[in-house]
Structures are given as structure tokens and as C-alpha cells.
Design a protein around this ligand. Structure first.
Ligand code: UDX
Length: 436
């Protein structure tokens, strides 16, 4: 099929390349000229394992190209909208400026029978509104097809998702839209991927409620970590024991410095804002607690570092291991790790931060910080080490790896990723989150 993908960020670039990989002819469109120039050369504009390989192979087949001209969407029969929906300035609500701009710019190039497919995460009710705009101005229809990809596994999650959700209009238009989506995802559906066919509102809600649930699960275990900290319990053992209950499961019970990234934090806030607009603020009021618990964990890590420095962080050398919001990503949007580095710097500590992939993005946002490409340069003369993103190169560290460089013998494990026994046995003060 001929497809267009509007928006070539973390979501759209992966979607465009993955759809070409599945055999479709795809044009990726974005207003950012530098981004399009780089993608046209086959270079990803962010770190995502597997993306450079599928970009290169799809471009080589001639099935994938990129453009800054919306007119290049003309001729495609299915148009994916994959632009960002960040948090509005001065409000918790989602900013729909980019979604509206993309749809308005696309409308003149739509033909009768085309399908516009929303992939962006939007407040419930948006699809209904956009559908009105699209059908009034063209003979095209709208479907809502939320995306559940995780950064770091985005290619796999796009080509082999754990489920597909179609939010469709009623009646014959919906049947035609379903047939078009089934053709787009023929390979995925042939692999027995579960499919939920539903209405717009449900499809929009699936996405925000999935992220709300995941955020709640993380904050739940972090709340237990707070209780563990005053009782001497060990939250990692607690999580293991809870996780054996198949109804609970161990995944997303990783207690630590909390969640960040371009999705979970802003999606729970946009959800509360939308629920309040709908007069149902109380239904998701707990998400504000989820948010607060999450943010308290950052305070906790900063406090632990300050305590380890005897309450006097000024001019003390601290090595911050990790900047990305999670491993296998260079994304620092709302990153707890970067936040901890910035706050320690703000307290006057002499912070050097390192990360395998996220230094360039961190430097752009916080040029005041000192960064080290090499781990040993971050560690040199550090009185305290604080691990805040659990990259493999950090989680497998042993005392002997760092002792040649550091001046102190204290490590704060903000991700509960290290083995306390090994560190303590070597004479270190090991401090985890919610661990005795
Ligand atoms: C998330 C959803 O998982 C995905 O389905 C959705 O499409 C987009 O948002 P992503 O933002 O890529 O994906 O990251 P995810 O793997 O969910 O991690 C989010 C944050 O939670 C990270 O900062 C991570 O470190 C943190 N986290 C995760 C924990 O603190 N503990 C855990 O146990 C798991």
C-alpha cells in the first residue's frame, strides 16, 4: 500500500521505517528540515536500537522516502498522524497544536476513500472532533490506532506489537476503514496479534489508561519503598514476592528514582486535565498522588547524596551515572536522572555526569552541567557515586572497577540495580531505595 506518515519523531520515524520494512511504500513527512535531511541519508535523529538498520534497508529498496512537503502525502491511501502531544505550558493538559496543524495541512491533499489514522496520544474526544473536520472537508475517513511502543524496543514493538487497537467510525465507513487497516497490518495480523476493534473514545482511552496503569504500578512499588525505608524492609524482595502472584506480575515493579520520559509523566497529567474537563476529575484524582510519589523519589535520591556528603554538597565531587530516562534511549525528556544531576549541581556540588547515549541531548538542555564521555572521567575523585539510569555498563560495575578513580566509598543506587552484598563486602557504603 502507499502510506504517508506525518511527524517523524520517536514514533513516526520508527513507524515509517517499519511499515516500509513490512512491504509498504512510505513517505515520511515532517516540517523539520534538518530531521528530514538526516532521515533521507538513512541516519536516525535519535538513538533507537535497530532503527538505523531498517532505515538503511528500507531506503535501499526505494520503498521509503522522506519529505518536508505535505503535498507528497497525495497519492497515499492511508495517512498516519504521529506528531507529538506535549504538555501545555502553564497547564496539565495536552497541547494539540501539532495534531491540529498536521490534520489541517493534510486535508487539502486527501482523496475520496483515503484513511487518516491517528497514532498520537490524545485526550479522549479528540478523534471525534478531527473526524468531523476531515469528513466535512474531504471524502476521507478517520481511524484511531494508538501506539504502545516502548523506546529502546520501538522497532520490535511496531513490527510485532502485543496488540492492535482500531477505533473506528460506525457503519459502512468503519467497515471500509477496518479493511484498510487490516491490509496495512496484514503481516502483523497473520502472526495472531490480538486485535481490538472499537469506537474512537475507547481507542483513545486504551492508550492513556495503559500508561496511567503502568505509572500507577511504578508509583505503587515506590510508595512501598517509602514504607520499607522506615521499617527496614527490602522493597526488591517485596517486589519479587508480589511478582510471583500471576495477577500482579513482577514487571514494572522496579522501585527506584521513578518514571520519566516523553509519555508517562505528561500522559497522566493530560488524563487528569481531561477528566476534570469532563466533570470526572475525582475518577482519576489518584493519578496526582501517583505523580507526587514519583517526584518524591527524585527528592529522596538528592537527599541521600547530600546526606552522604555530610549535609554539605558545596564543591564536593559527585559522579552521576546515567542521564537518559531509561536505558537503551538517548531521551532525556522529563528524565529523573538528568533532574537529579541538575539539582545536585544547583546545590553547589561539583557534578560530572556520564551516559552512553544521552550526553548530547542533556548538554543541549543543561549546558551548565559537566559531562564526561568516559566513565572513568566521571568517577575521577568522586566522593559519592549515584546511579540513576540502569545501563548495563553501570549495573554490572563492581567495586574494583571504580576504586582506582574515586576518592570516596559511597554509592547511591537510584535504580536498585547493583548487588549490595558485593559492594558492602568491598568496604563500600551502599544505599539503595527502599532497601535496608
Ligand atoms: C511507555 C509505555 O511503556 C509505552 O507502552 C507507551 O507507548 C509509551 O510510554 P516508554 O516511555 O518508552 O514507554 O518507557 P517505559 O519502558 O514504559 O518506562 C517509563 C519509565 O518508567 C522509565 O523512566 C523507567 O525507568 C521507569 N520504570 C519502568 C521504573 O521506574 N520502574 C519500572 O519497573 C519500570
Amino acid at each position: 500500500m502507499k502510506l504517508s506518515v506525518i511527524g517523524c519523531g520517536y514514533l513516526g520515524a520508527v513507524h515509517a521505517a517499519s511499515m516500509a520494512q513490512l512491504g509498504h511504500e512510505v513517505v515520511g513527512i515532517d516540517v523539520d528540515e534538518a530531521k528530514i535531511a538526516s532521515l533521507t541519508r538513512g541516519e536516525a535523529t535519535f538513538f533507537e536500537p535497530g532503527l538505523p538498520e531498517i532505515l538503511a534497508s528500507a531506503i535501499a529498496t526505494g520503498r521509503l522516502r522522506f519529505s518536508t512537503e505535505m503535498s507528497d502525502a497525495a497519492g497515499a491511501s492511508v495517512h498516519f498522524v504521529a506528531v507529538g502531544t506535549p504538555q501545555q505550558r502553564g497547564s496539565y493538559a495536552a497541547d494539540l497544536t501539532y495534531v491540529d496543524a498536521a490534520v489541517n495541512a493534510l486535508i487539502p491533499f486527501l482523496s475520496d476513500g483515503d484513511l487518516v489514522v491517528g497514532k498520537s496520544t490524545v485526550p479522549v474526544g479528540t478523534a471525534e472532533r478531527l473526524a468531523g473536520m476531515i469528513t466535512a472537508a474531504s471524502g476521507a475517513q478517520l481511524a484511531w490506532n494508538p501506539e504502545f511502543l516502548r523506546e529502546g524496543f520501538a522497532v520490535k514493538d511496531t513490527i510485532s506489537p502485543d496488540r492492535l487497537v482500531y477505533g473506528l467510525p460506525a457503519g459502512a465507513a468503519g467497515e471500509r476503514a477496518k479493511a484498510q487497516l487490516d491490509e496495512v497490518y496484514a503481516t502483523t495480523l497473520a502472526n495472531d496479534t490480538p486485535l481490538v476493534v472499537t469506537d474512537y473514545a475507547t481507542a483513545e482511552l486504551v492508550k492513556v489508561s495503559a500508561n496511567a496503569f503502568l505509572a500507577t504500578k511504578i508509583s505503587f512499588i515506590n510508595a512501598m519503598a517509602e514504607i520499607a525505608e522506615v521499617t527496614g524492609a527490602d522493597v526488591t524482595q517485596l517486589a519479587d514476592a508480589l511478582g510471583f502472584d500471576a495477577r500482579i506480575g513482577r514487571r514494572f515493579l522496579g522501585a527506584g528514582v521513578g518514571f520519566g520520559g516523553g509519555c508517562l509523566p505528561k500522559d497522566i497529567r493530560a488524563f487528569t486535565a481531561r477528566a476534570e474537563e469532563l466533570g470526572r476529575g475525582e475518577s482519576v484524582a489518584f493519578l496526582k498522588e501517583v505523580d507526587k510519589i514519583n517526584l518524591r523519589r527524585r527528592d529522596r535520591v538528592v537527599d541521600l547524596v547530600v546526606d552522604a556528603l555530610g549535609g554539605e554538597p558545596f564543591e564536593k565531587k559527585v559522579a552521576v551515572l546515567g542521564l537518559a530516562f531509561k536505558p537503551f534511549s538517548d531521551d532525556v525528556r522529563d528524565s529523573p536522572a538528568l533532574d537529579v544531576a541538575v539539582r545536585l549541581h544547583g546545590l553547589g556540588a561539583d557534578v560530572t555526569a556520564t551516559d552512553p547515549e544521552a550526553i548530547p541531548n542533556s548538554r543541549r538542555m543543561h549546558p551548565q552541567l559537566t559531562f564526561a564521555e568516559k566513565l572513568e572521567d566521571a568517577l575521577r575523585d568522586a566522593e559519592v557515586i549515584v546511579l540513576v539510569t540502569e545501563w548495563n555498563e553501570f549495573r554490572h560495575l563492581l567495586p574494583a572497577d571504580v576504586e582506582p578513580y574515586t576518592s570516596g566509598r559511597t554509592i547511591i543506587d537510584g535504580r536498585n540495580a547493583l548487588d549490595p552484598v558485593a559492594w558492602r563486602a568491598a568496604g563500600w557504603t551502599y544505599v539503595g531505595l527502599g532497601r535496608p
